[in-house]
Design a protein around this ligand. Sequence first.
Ligand code: HEM
Length: 371
Amino acid sequence: MRISTRGLHEIPSLEKQKSEDLYIGSLDPLQSDDRLTRVPAFNKERDVMALVMTLQDMLPAVQEVTTFDYPQACAAMRDIGILLGSIKRHGVEPVHVVPSLEDRLNLLGEVTNLPPRDTLIHYVRWNPEGSRLRTYTGTEDEHQLIKSVQVAFHPLYEAILSLHDLYHVSLDSSEFSTLCDQVISQFEGMVHGVVNAKRNVSPQYFAEELRFYFDPIQLNGREYLGPGAVEMPVFLFDHILWSCDVEDETYTAFKKAYVPYNQAMVRDLYAAYEQRPSLVSKAVQELSNGDDFCETRLESAKSLVRLFNLLKSFRAPHKKLADKAYEHAAKDNYREKGSGGYEPGVLHYILQLNLNALQNLKARIQVYERK
Ligand code: HEM
């Protein structure tokens, strides 16, 4: 049965999303282009006072925020976000030193239909290129971290939309393998992202410096997570492919923690697949149905295995990267949790669940081959 998209937010085409991203990147509604170039030096000098004054200078009045349209509000949140992460990096809660933040952030969150703070989308997709790039540290490592996520973001989005289409195709159709190969080539962007991070981001620098800019901040009496790569909707890809019907409290809580940090279309798709069999469960069911043997069905199932292997090609090296970074963190007695509030052990846990689902599919294929 086709997953209903009635009542869901519009799913924008990739082209539309890319041009909107570029447009938001080009905006400077708080006139912060110059001001933000000084942030890396303030962070290096741990000059919290200068960071707070910069934030106060650029913070728009409530009246001004109400005049912002959607793209302006996204760009304004992106720029305020650089100061939020910077101030928090030095152990200070931004809202404690600038109480008027709460009103403005809540308003910006409403206009953008996103949380009342910056997300990975602000930091990566809406961050302008070149000399206007917003960073906390201005270092090559941070540039490369942003680039690593940038090369992966749109391909992941494309892969999710194609996977959503694939969900509705039967294993008996030759279209299944073709579409599956399309998802595979789109998801490769995630692998490229991790390869770039592995080559160009020092795990030690990440562990000792960069990750602290992505710490949660207090607002409205609760915590809001910072713009770490963990917010990428890989959890939605998993959800559709193999995990929407996996009853695992830890992983379900993990996925649900990041849903709100994504745009409406991701949130809608996540909800639409809850209470559904995953694509893999559907495939296993199709392989178990009837006594007949169909070559196309077998080929389709094997292409699903290739897709799983690619997911592993993202997860296994990414886990190694995270383990290496946190080795440094442990040596220096830093706290062990990642920006998403999870310990790196969660990566092993997810990878294991991922492999279990793959194993289940492979076992079913073996039985089918003997038919
Ligand atoms: C030095 C580089 C990196 C390190 C040390 C690192 C570390 C981590 C850690 C510790 C987590 C666990 C959750 C948490 O943060 O609380 C995590 C999750 C995650 N990270 Fe990274 N990461 C790095 C780069 C990247 C890049 C470049 C991408 C994407 C292209 C990425 C995508 C993800 C995703 C999607 C998750 C969620 C878990 C999963 O789906 O397996 N990370 N990362």
